[in-house]
Ligand binder design. Structure first.
Ligand code: GAP
Length: 435
C-alpha cells in the first residue's frame, strides 16, 4: 500500500464529484472550490460530528450563527485591521510573490530558483474589503470576517445573559471565513474562502492552563474517534515568535499531509484579550459578574479553532487506501461510517423491472434514515468499485433469488464479506452496524 499523493486525492475528488474548482467553465478561479454532491455530504458530516461532540453532547457549550458582515469597529478592536498581515516578498527576477514565513529558503525564489532576488518584505493585509450600501466611501468600508471567533466575543454578554450561563462555559460556531492568502494552494488546504469550526471556552484565569490541556486532549481524541490514523497526527506547540497577536500560548494539531506535517487545528489561550478590547472600544461592560464572590472580571478564553474544509480534506486523505485483491488494485475510502457521504448503496443485479421495483422500495425505506444511493448502471463489479471508491460502507444487492427468498446480499466495504439478509431484517441489520 502506497501513501496517496496530493494529485491522487485531488483527481479522485474531481472524478467522483467531491470537489470542483470554482467557476471552472471560465477557466476557474484560484483558491475557491465548490463541493459537489459527495463533497457536500462529507463536509456536512464533518461539521455535524463536530457540532454533536462540541454542543449536543455537552451541557457547558451553546451554539451561535453570527453574521459574516460585522461593524468595522469589531476588526479594529480585535486588532485585525492593524496586524492581520503576512510578510510578502516579490522576486525581482520573475515577479512571483511569496509569503516569506512559508519559504523553505528565505533567500531563494521557489518559482525561478534565483537567490538574492527578493524585495524587502512588506506586510500584506489578509482581510477582504468591501462596502456596505450604495456608496463606495471609506465610512462604508467593511470586511469579510477572517475568523468566526469575533462574532462570539461580540455576543458574549447576549448569550451569557439569555442563557443564564455560569463559568466555565463555551460558545461554538461553524461558518465561512475569508482570507486573501498570498499563496493559497495544496488543493483545498489553503483557500481564500473556507469554513471554520471554532469554540471559545470562557474560564477563570487561574483555571486557564488546566482547560488549555483539557481541550488539547479532547480535540486530539475527536480525530482519533473518527478513525484518523494516530501516527498521522501530532501536537506541536508554537514558538514565541509564531504566536498570533491575541495569544499567550498556542498548540497546533498537525496532520501528516502528503507534502509534510501541517496545521489542522489551532488551540490557543487568548487570555482576556478579546473581551477587554471589545469592552474598551464599545464602552459596554463585558466583565463577568460572579455572584458568589461579588467580583467582576474578564474571563480568559481557551479556543480550539479547526478548519472544516481542511479537516474534511485530511479525512479524505487518511481514508484513501489502494489494496491488491486477486491481482487487481482496489481503491477504497475507509471513511468512518459517520463521515461516509452515502451509508448504503442499493444495487439491483439487472435493469429488469422485476428487480428495479423491490430495489426502489428498499431504497425509499432506508432513505428515511440514511443517505442512500440507488445505482442501476454498469456491471455489478464496476458498481462495487465505485462505491468502494466513494467510501459507502454497505452495498445491498437485489438479485433474482430475492424474488424467491425475500432476502438481499449485503457487502461490507472494508472486509468485502457478504451476508444474506432477509428484507424485513435489513433495517435492523444495518442499524446495528451504522448506528
Ligand atoms: N480564531 C482563530 C483562528 O482563526 P487560525 O489558526 O488562523 O485561528 C483556525 O485558523 C483554522 O482555520 C486553521 O487551523 C485551519 O484549519 C483553518 N484555516 C485557516 N486559514 C485557512 C485557509 N486559508 N484555508 C483553509 N483553512 C484555513
Amino acid at each position: 500500500m502506497t501513501e496517496p499523493t496530493l494529485e491522487t486525492i485531488s483527481n479522485l475528488a474531481k472524478k467522483r464529484g467531491f470537489v470542483f474548482q470554482s467557476s471552472e467553465i471560465y477557466g476557474g478561479i484560484r483558491s475557491a472550490y465548490d463541493y459537489g454532491p459527495l463533497g457536500v455530504e462529507l463536509l456536512r458530516n464533518v461539521k455535524e460530528e463536530w457540532w454533536r461532540t462540541m454542543v449536543q453532547l455537552r451541557d457547558d457549550i451553546v451554539g451561535l450563527d453570527s453574521a459574516i458582515l460585522q461593524a468595522r469597529q469589531v476588526w479594529q478592536a480585535s486588532g485585525h485591521e492593524e496586524v492581520f498581515t503576512d510578510p510578502l516578498v516579490e522576486c525581482r527576477n520573475c515577479n512571483a510573490r511569496h509569503r516569506l514565513d512559508k519559504l523553505e529558503d528565505p533567500d531563494t525564489c521557489p518559482t525561478c530558483g534565483k537567490t538574492g532576488t527578493f524585495t524587502e518584505p512588506k506586510p500584506f493585509h489578509l482581510m477582504f474589503r468591501t462596502h456596505m450600501g450604495p456608496v463606495d466611501s471609506d465610512e462604508n468600508l467593511i470586511y469579510l470576517r477572517p475568523e468566526t471567533a469575533q462574532g462570539i466575543f461580540t455576543n458574549f454578554e447576549n448569550i451569557r445573559r439569555t442563557n443564564r450561563l455560569k463559568l466555565p462555559f463555551g460558545i461554538a460556531q461553524v461558518g465561512k471565513s475569508f482570507r486573501n492568502e498570498i499563496t493559497p494552494g495544496q488543493f483545498v488546504f489553503r483557500t481564500r474562502e473556507f469554513e471554520q469550526m471554532e469554540m471559545e471556552f470562557f474560564v477563570r484565569s487561574e483555571e486557564a492552563d488546566e482547560w488549555f490541556a483539557y481541550w488539547q486532549e479532547e480535540r486530539f481524541n475527536w480525530y482519533l474517534g473518527l478513525g484518523m490514523t494516530e501516527s498521522n497526527l501530532r501536537i506541536r506547540p508554537h514558538e514565541a515568535d509564531e504566536l498570533s497577536h491575541y495569544s499567550v500560548g498556542t498548540v497546533d494539531i498537525e496532520y501528516r499531509f502528503p507534502w509534510d506535517w501541517d496545521e489542522l487545528e489551532g488551540i490557543a489561550n487568548r487570555a482576556d484579550f478579546d473581551l477587554r478590547q471589545h469592552a474598551e472600544h464599545s464602552g459596554v461592560d463585558l466583565r463577568y459578574y460572579d455572584q458568589d464572590t461579588d467580583e467582576r472580571f474578564f474571563p480568559y478564553v481557551i479556543e480550539p479553532a479547526a478548519g472544516a474544509t481542511r479537516t474534511t480534506f485530511a479525512f479524505l486523505i487518511d481514508a484513501y487506501v489502494e489494496e491488491k485483491v486477486n491481482d487487481e488494485t482496489r481503491t477504497v475510502l475507509r471513511l468512518h461510517h459517520r463521515l461516509a457521504p452515502y451509508k448504503v448503496a442499493i444495487l439491483p443485479l439487472s435493469k429488469k423491472e422485476e428487480l428495479i421495483g423491490p430495489a426502489e422500495r428498499i431504497a425509499s425505506e432506508l432513505r428515511k434514515r440514511w443517505m442512500v444511493e440507488l445505482d442501476v448502471t454498469q456491471s455489478i463489479g464496476r458498481r462495487y468499485r465505485r462505491q468502494d471508491e466513494i467510501g459507502t460502507p454497505f452495498a445491498v444487492t437485489v438479485d433474482f433469488d430475492t424474488l424467491e427468498d425475500d432476502a438481499v446480499t449485503v457487502r461490507d466495504r472494508d472486509s468485502m464479506k457478504q451476508d444474506r439478509v432477509s428484507i424485513d431484517r435489513l433495517l435492523e441489520y444495518l442499524g446495528e452496524r451504522l448506528g
